[in-house]
Design a binder for this molecule. Structure first.
Ligand SMILES: Cc1cc2nc3c(=O)[nH]c(=O)nc-3n(C[C@H](O)[C@H](O)[C@H](O)COP(=O)(O)OP(=O)(O)OC[C@H]3O[C@@H](n4cnc5c(N)ncnc54)[C@H](O)[C@@H]3O)c2cc1C
Length: 460
């Protein structure tokens, strides 16, 4: 009998989302006896109410623009009517396919699956759907959940989970929040034909992103007919007849058929029994972990959004995989670099970024900035007012490229390659000696010859 067989499992994972599934699957493949509990949907947020359905809906919303853009190229394409019910049904069929793949991946790796809620009774004991289960090690992978603001009438608005199953497309939508979920859904609804208002507390959307990108995005959203309400304070939501009224400070209000709160997400820890497990939490209930995902309890780990750091699917997956390797792999653990994590916002047009913003780099030291803005080739003919923006942030002393940013079509597809170069430590000279692909927008990244400005502390 192995020393761990005093427990039902070597490892038990709470949450079958991006991070949890990967961790459970890899640990089982290394020979550990693994169980995983999922209370809602296999694949978690990303597959069911996040990245995947969101991107399918963004893609659906792009066809209207394509039809309009085609006119400059000699086509007479008309957008036609959009069938919302069909979109939701097709999207749901794809999600069901993915749910089944996740279950198959787990079961073929030998993971025992529990379709139930799991909560702690003590550091080694869980209640899983009423059943007492013990494990030598436990991983908390419960993700995050959307939060409504604390204002009167908040229950009259929806949060992002509900946006994926609206019975019909609202004619008028008001989005509250300036983060990525808000700007993405603004593009979805506007592209499908709704009138969209976007209300945000900040002067620009996407707080924390590079300021040039934020300004460029605000301009692009406005060019798409989305009405921005920057620096606004939301006071209440009221029901007025068959629609809703969003009340703002200073007596302003916006009437709409749907109020959509995209005001933030918090770690999913309510009722989990973390106190019984002796697990320490921080801001908003985030589970506090060290660089090896270990919590304050020596046999309990946490990965992904529940730790509220870089809340992205590939990060949750990397954390889950690396943890499973560290705990059970016979050889060295797979290693990821979190130095230049790339990320995209699937706004219309999209944007993508890797590494430091100009503002972050400037706070660290002297930095060379290269920026270009141009009309992409397609739109010289389509007639659409759309400008692309590309930017490199270069550490002045080492000439390493420490930030790359782009607003414009295909930005997310381009950024992955740039992130590889940055992770490998590429310098501006390496970018400059790389041959471009012509004619593309991407070639601009290797032809940025003239420095736009120098920012940051200049040593005396
Ligand atoms: C609208 C939206 C769009 C997004 N778009 C992107 C994107 O484009 N790119 C990107 O990288 N990221 C995106 N994200 C973020 C991404 O979805 C998350 O970072 C990722 O899902 C985190 O994975 P996770 O494993 O930590 O948690 P999750 O995927 O949330 O999984 C947690 C799982 O745990 C389950 N659970 C919770 N408590 C319990 C319990 N007590 N017992 C059993 N099960 C439990 C939940 O039901 C859930 O399935 C998006 C998120 C949202 C909301």
């Amino acid at each position: 009998m192995s020393p761990t067989q005093e427990y039902d499992f070597d490892l038990f994972v709470i949450g079958g989302g991006s991070g949890g599934v990967r961790c459970a699957r890899i640990a089982a493949s290394h020979g550990a006896r693994v169980g995983v509990a999922e209370e809602r949907f296999w694949g978690g947020t990303c597959v069911n109410v996040g990245c995947v359905p969101k991107k399918l809906m963004v893609q659906a919303s792009e066809y209207r623009g394509y039809a309009e853009d085609s006119h400059g190229f000699g086509w007479d394409t008309q957008p036609g009517a959009h069938d919302w019910t069909k979109l939701i049904a097709t999207k749901d069929a794809e999600i069901s396919r993915l749910n089944a793949i996740y279950v198959k991946l787990l079961s073929s790796a030998g993971v025992e699956i529990f379709e139930a809620r799991a909560t702690f009774r003590d550091p080694h004991t869980l209640d899983v759907g009423g059943r007492r289960i013990t494990a030598e090690r436990i991983v908390i992978a419960t993700g995050g959940r959307p939060e409504r603001p604390d204002i009167p009438g908040a229950e009259l608005g929806i949060i992002s989970d509900a946006a994926f199953h609206l019975p019909e497309r609202p004619a008028r939508v008001v989005l509250v929040g300036g983060g990525y979920i808000s700007v993405e859904f603004a593009g979805i609804f506007a592209g499908l034909g709704s009138q969209v208002d976007l209300v945000m507390r900040q002067p620009l959307p996407l707080r924390g992103f590079d300021n040039d990108l934020r300004e460029g995005l605000a301009e692009a959203l406005t060019a798409n007919g989305i009405r921005l309400h920057p620096s606004a304070k939301v006071m209440a939501v009221e029901a007025v007849g068959d629609h809703k009224r969003l009340v703002l400070a200073e007596g302003k209000s916006i009437d709409a058929d749907l109020v959509f709160f995209a005001t933030g997400r918090i770690p999913n820890v309510a009722g989990l029994g973390l106190d019984l497990a002796g697990v320490t939490t921080g801001r908003n209930g985030a589970v506090v972990v060290d660089e090896e995902q270990l919590t304050s309890q020596p046999n309990i780990y946490a990965i992904g959004d529940v730790t509220d750091r870089l809340n992205l699917t590939p990060v949750a997956i990397a954390e889950g995989h690396a943890l499973a390797d560290r705990l059970y792999a016979p050889g060295p653990a797979r290693n990821w670099s979190f130095a230049a994590v790339p990320t995209a916002v699937f706004s219309t047009p999209p944007l993508a970024t890797a590494g430091l913003t100009e503002e972050q780099a400037a706070a660290r030291g002297e930095t060379d900035i290269y920026v270009t803005r141009f009309t992409p080739m397609r739109h010289t003919i389509s007639g659409r007012h759309r400008r692309a923006l590309m930017k490199l942030v270069v550490d002045h002393a080492t000439q390493r490229v420490i930030g790359a940013h782009m607003l414009g079509e295909d930005a997310p597809e381009m950024m992955q390659g740039l992130a590889i170069a940055m992770t490998a430590g590429a310098t501006k000279a390496d970018f400059d000696r790389t041959i471009g692909i012509h004619p593309t927008a991407a070639e601009e990244f290797v032809t940025l010859r003239t420095r736009t400005r120098v920012v940051g502390k200049v040593e005396a």
